[in-house]
Design a protein around this ligand. Structure first.
Ligand code: CS2
Length: 486
């Protein structure tokens, strides 16, 4: 089994630093596969230069990662699967993993310690307890109400951050930087608004202190990290010669763009290939609209067409054409990039990444939580196209694909396991309006937290979506995509 003692025998690249010299400087909330294949890898690259930035990971919901990795001293294997084969690397930047449920007090204590200077998080879109259409804190969210009732024993990410900041304010530890690494639009500002809103519900003085002292840099994070399968697990064991209870698998590509705004110091990020910029928003928007927008399109329509993985969807030229045309004609014209960014090259690189046969990225996995993802991935782009009086047929087909998908049964009548915080509302709408695409579109678009006030009422939006949903029901996803989506 992989651990500090067996590490040297691993048939893999191993950490290039002395782990016993590393001290914690970052607490990361949400130590899932994405964090472990992305931020933790960059930190692993820089610990030889500066050992005071080790990571204490925390799981807010489950105890699986802690139970798997703590017996391995936090070590885990990353398999990097390219089109031509895999390479393996053991990552040593995660020192310990706490769970919010079992280790609440210990987690708040480390978060309040002066040695922690960055609090980063990947808690997925729904972990922010916000309204996706407006980006504001949902004060009626069950977790937020619970955290206000028992602030010493929080369960949500905003609850932990606010309580830790309150303790730091009181004990003089000073602020830490709060760095969101989730696929939210303007993730720094959004996180700041949510944290400030929750703090203000507790104490105005605390909210003012956070406002004046805590920084919330925006980030753009990118790496495709599918859930690890049993087959991956077995291959990794064969390749490295060691058992690892929770390895991760990723593509070779990796990118991180960060707004250089750290109130309590930062690691030498620029030395490990991270781009530090004054304004991250154009990069964020490019990535959310092009990569994630295309990904969700492939996920809903590809799943309906019977494909299990993104690579399988990409074997079909009609799907490649659909997302390529969607990016060229409907997304790129809405982006405003700094000089030197070549969006056509970015589009072509994305298409190659999606085709990577070394990854088994399930369409079902990406299809999850659409109610939280669509606003920043697709709906903002559509709103911009409407404002320009321009066409958006392919983007509409993505949204119609989502509506068809969340209706809960596939084209052969089999049940779909729809995972979404709003799944019961989504399924109820389908049940009520099945057989009437126009009514379905009206009812789905009436969900204000997804569509927002403007799109909800836009007639052109409703008409275009209805036409797309009618085609999907009549011809099926495969044929509709073959006809070019418009
Ligand atoms: C995917 C993302 O699951 C999803 O919704 O679109 O996780 C995607 O793979 C990453 O954002 C890539 O950086």
């Amino acid at each position: 089994r992989l651990n500090d003692t067996t590490l040297a025998g691993a048939n893999a690249e191993i950490p290039a630093f002395d782990r016993s010299a590393v001290t914690p400087g970052i607490v990361h909330l949400g130590v899932g596969a994405f964090h472990r294949a992305h931020q933790a890898v960059y930190v692993d690259d820089l610990l030889a230069d500066d050992p005071c930035w080790g990571i204490i990971g925390a799981s807010l919901k489950s105890t699986t990662t802690a139970d798997a990795l703590n017996p391995q001293n936090g070590l885990y294997t990353l398999a990097i699967n390219g089109p031509k084969g895999a390479s393996h690397r053991v990552i040593g930047s995660v020192l310990d993993i706490l769970t919010a449920r079992r280790d609440t007090a210990a987690l708040l204590e480390i978060m309040s310690s002066p040695s922690i200077r960055i609090l980063s998080l990947t808690v997925t879109e729904k972990g922010y307890c916000h309204d996706p259409a407006t980006g504001r804190l949902d004060e009626n969210h069950g977790d937020i109400r619970a955290d206000l009732a028992t602030p010493d024993a929080p369960s949500s990410a905003p609850g932990f951050i606010v309580e830790a900041l309150r303790r730091r304010w009181q004990n003089g530890a000073g602020p830490f930087t709060v760095m969101s690494c989730d696929n939210l639009p303007t993730n720094g500002k959004t996180t700041r608004n949510i944290v400030l809103a929750l703090a203000a519900l507790r104490d105005d003085g605390l909210a003012r202190w956070i406002e004046n002292h805590v920084s919330f840099p925006g980030t753009m994070v990118d790496r495709i990290v599918p859930a690890t399968t049993d087959a991956d697990h077995a291959k990794i064991r064969m390749a490295t010669g060691l058992e690892d209870a929770l390895p991760v698998v990723s593509e070779p590509f990796i990118q991180w763009v960060i707004e250089d705004n750290f109130c309590a110091g930062r690691p030498p990020f620029e030395r490990v290939g991270i781009d530090l910029v004054a304004d991250v928003e154009p990069y964020e928007m490019m990535k959310l609209r092009m990569l994630n927008g295309a990904h969700s399109t492939l996920a809903y329509l590809g799943f309906l067409a019977g494909c299990e993985t993104v690579a399988q969807v990409m074997e079909q030229p009609s799907f490649v054409k659909l997302i390529s045309d969607m990016m060229s004609d409907e997304i790129i014209p809405t982006l405003n990039m700094p000089a030197g960014v070549d969006l056509a090259a970015y589009r072509d690189a994305l298409i190659e990444r999606f085709k990577n046969p070394g990854l088994r990225h399930k369409t079902w996995q990406i299809a999850m939580d659409g109610s939280q993802k669509l606003p920043q991935r697709v709906l903002g782009t559509i709103a911009d196209r409407l404002a320009q009086d321009a066409s958006f047929d392919r983007l509409a087909l993505c949204v119609a694909g989502w509506m068809r998908y969340v209706s809960g049964s596939d084209e052969r009548g089999n049940e779909i396991d729809v995972r979404d915080p709003l799944s019961s509302q989504l399924l109820a709408i389908a049940k009520e309006h099945m057989g009437n695409p126009a009514a379905m579109v009206r009812a789905y678009c009436g969900i204000r937290t997804i569509f927002g006030e403007e799109l909800m009422l836009d007639e052109r939006f409703a008409t275009t979506l209805t036409a797309a949903l009618e085609r999907l029901y009549k011809d099926g996803a495969q044929q509709t995509v073959k006809k070019g989506g418009s």
